[in-house]
Design a protein around this ligand. Structure first.
Ligand SMILES: [Cu+2]
Length: 270
């Protein structure tokens, strides 16, 4: 950002705050900031709960950027406030990159898509926030979009809180169905790195997940994981019996799609 742009932004910011100084508007801005921080912390919490290196690093990033955003926007210290534009752009950019990486890499499961919905909302609300702070469109349009965004934001914050409460409250019992093969995930690791099943016949595979982080078992033709033969649903703190389709005799690759470092060899033999 050039010095001239910064100057223009600050000038625009002053103009906007002079025009928007009513207590209702000020309250709206505070609530908007709180909601953006809450949604960022919710995303951090979900990602830290998934475990594994990538999600942990990403969650810590959200924590740091949410803190930087809250500090530069809300703390009345001039030197901090001068960097509010950087914190806003940083959080928006980071969120966009996270969404993009997710679309490419996955894993695409329900909680993942919920998190992406929250992230899209973060970016949208930051745009409303930046529009309000730096006012590049007319005041009327700005005020209108701010209020609409605010109502949507409050509704979304309520949904996130409700989801969090229901996730914390649910504790499904572990099924006790018999299966041909059983594998257990504990402390972000499988208890076996090699599984053997009967070839040319459908197999039942039980995954007992003792972790609070979601895991699945997915089978691929080899460790490039490009050709999938079976993708089990992700489960958290419960057990599931997968119906694995029949496989020709040979050696295959299995892993947890969420934590690819949890992997091993599956052998199908007659
Ligand atoms: Cu996993």
């Amino acid at each position: 950002m050039t010095l001239m742009n910064q100057h223009r932004m600050r000038t625009a910011g002053l103009g906007a705050s002079a025009a928007n100084n009513g207590p209702a508007n000020r309250l709206a801005r505070i609530v908007l900031t709180l909601v953006i921080v809450e949604l960022s912390l919710a995303t951090a919490y979900i990602h830290l709960g998934l475990g594994g290196e990538l999600f942990t690093v990403n969650g810590v990033g959200y924590l740091g950027l949410a803190t930087a955003y809250a500090a530069t926007v809300a703390v009345p210290i001039a030197i901090l406030q001068r960097f509010a534009w950087l914190a806003r752009l940083g959080l928006a950019g980071y969120t966009l990159v996270t969404i993009g990486a997710y679309l490419v890499v996955g894993p695409h499961f329900t909680l993942g898509w919920i998190t992406k919905g929250i992230e899209v909302a973060i970016v949208g609300l930051l745009l409303v926030d930046m529009l309000g702070a730096y006012g590049s469109v007319r005041g009327l349009l700005r005020a209108a979009s701010e209020r609409t965004g605010l109502i949507a934001a409050i509704a979304l914050a309520g949904i996130v809180a409700a989801c969090g409460a229901s996730a914390a409250g649910s504790n499904p019992p572990i099924e006790q169905t018999d299966a041909d093969v059983t594998i257990t995930s504990r402390d972000l690791a499988f208890d076996q790195t090699s599984l053997t099943i009967e070839a040319r016949t459908p197999t039942t595979l039980r995954l007992v997940n003792e972790d609070a982080a979601p895991h699945n078992v997915a089978i691929y033709s080899d460790d490039s994981a490009t050709e999938s033969l079976f993708i089990g649903e992700l489960i958290t703190a419960t057990s599931v019996v997968y119906e694995v389709p029949e496989l020709e005799p040979g050696t295959y690759y299995f892993r947890c799609d969420l934590h690819p470092e949890m992997d091993g060899t599956l052998t199908a033999e007659d």
